[in-house]
Ligand binder design. Structure first.
Ligand code: HMG
Ligand code: MG
Length: 317
């Protein structure tokens, strides 16, 4: 049944690459996105309209969006790809909307969705976006209403849901408050980000429970965004899916890390998520063999010695 379908949001082109020291050429990012599109994955977070001074690696997002493989605008939406992009403020939304206005008639728009982001921890919010949580919610509420008016969908991220690199443990009640604020302003979904990967199943259940209780919404409006710093990412994903979450963010090859959380490793790898969910009787629509090939290819392209995906390495062995 459709209840067993888990939507994967592949975040490698954004979360996976934003932290790489050497700038990854736009051509490589485009090739990554093209290959990912052939695995059956349908949602690929393509980039970020953030300040290039803060995150140089995402500076090519406008040109990348202009070169994405797109179907003609008349083609059926069943097979359509979705390429959400991060937007931190009004300036980022202005740039995206300018780009969308320049798409020639008869050509599909490269994206119909933005992702906004804030945090459950004051210090992380400051480090990541240079403002308090309250300021960030005020800013994002304006961004969201403008985006919704122009027909864009808006997804919300809460970072540091289990712990913060500066403040340590985070109270799930705080996450619940921020989740509620994001849903109230019009986000269709909130992704619960364990930015530094300190969450365990019990903690992540408390985070989900507080978010559902405070917002009055079901598990189906939440996504699991687990980083795998302490190897608990997959356990957390399986637990949250068992509780009714049906969207999982992951990154091929386990690429990634956040520039504002030193020491944090990448997202849980898509290969392991697909392997485990399919074995557990869920459907992801993704081709594991192809994903493993991409994981091996992209880690070599960016000069990472080891592919962080155990599953990928096992399949390619
Ligand atoms: P700020 O310095 O306070 O911004 O940064 P400002 O408004 O004072 O502007 C400063 C300069 O940046 C100006 O340029 C602006 O034009 C420019 P100048 O006049 O000095 O030449 N600027 C911009 N340029 C391009 N695009 C923009 C933009 N905004 C301002 N949108 C700001 C505030 C939010 C912009 C900055 O802090 C920023 O870009 N932060 C983003 C950090 C980031 O990308 N972090 C990683 C993504 S979040 C994440 O990884 C977590 C997640 O994966 C979930 C999880 O795991 O927890 C989602
Ligand atoms: Mg992340």
């Amino acid at each position: 049944s459709s209840d067993r379908f888990v939507k994967i949001v592949e975040v490698s082109p954004r979360d996976g690459l934003q932290n790489e020291k050497q700038v990854v050429p736009t051509e490589i990012k485009l090739e990554l996105i093209r290959r990912l599109g052939q695995t059956g994955l349908r949602v690929i977070e393509a980039g970020a309209f953030v300040s290039p001074k803060w995150v140089p690696q995402m500076g090519d997002t406008p040109s990348l969006l202009r070169s994405l493989p797109l179907p003609p605008s008349s083609s059926s939406s069943a097979s359509a790809m979705s390429y959400p992009v991060l937007v931190p403020n009004a300036k980022g939304l202005d740039s995206l909307q300018e780009l969308l206005r320049s798409v020639p008639q008869g050509q599909a728009a490269p994206t119909d969705e933005i992702a906004i982001f804030t945090a459950a921890s004051q210090s992380f919010c400051k480090a990541n976006t240079n403002c308090t949580i309250k300021e960030s919610l005020d800013r994002l509420s304006q961004v969201t209403s403008r985006a919704l008016q122009s027909g864009l969908k808006v997804r919300g991220y809460v970072s540091t849901v289990a712990g913060c690199p500066y403040e340590g443990d985070i109270d799930p009640e705080k996450v619940g408050e921020v989740s509620k604020a994001l849903l109230d302003m019009g986000c269709y979904e909130v992704s619960l980000g364990d930015t530094i990967g300190v969450g365990t199943p019990t903690k992540m259940e408390a985070v989900l429970e507080a978010s559902m209780r405070k917002s009055g919404r079901g598990a189906d409006v939440f996504a699991a965004h687990c980083h795998d710093t302490f190897s608990t990412g997959l356990a957390n994903v399986l637990h949250l899916v068992g509780l009714g979450v049906r969207t999982v963010d992951s990154s091929v090859g386990g690429l990634g890390g956040c520039p504002y959380s030193p020491g944090a490793t990448g997202n849980i790898d898509t290969e392991s998520v697909v392997f485990a969910l399919e074995k557990e009787g869920y459907r992801t629509g993704a081709d594991l063999e192809r994903l493993a090939e991409i994981g091996e290819w992209i880690t070599a392209q960016i000069g990472r010695e080891t592919n962080a995906s155990n599953t990928g390495r096992a399949i390619m062995a």
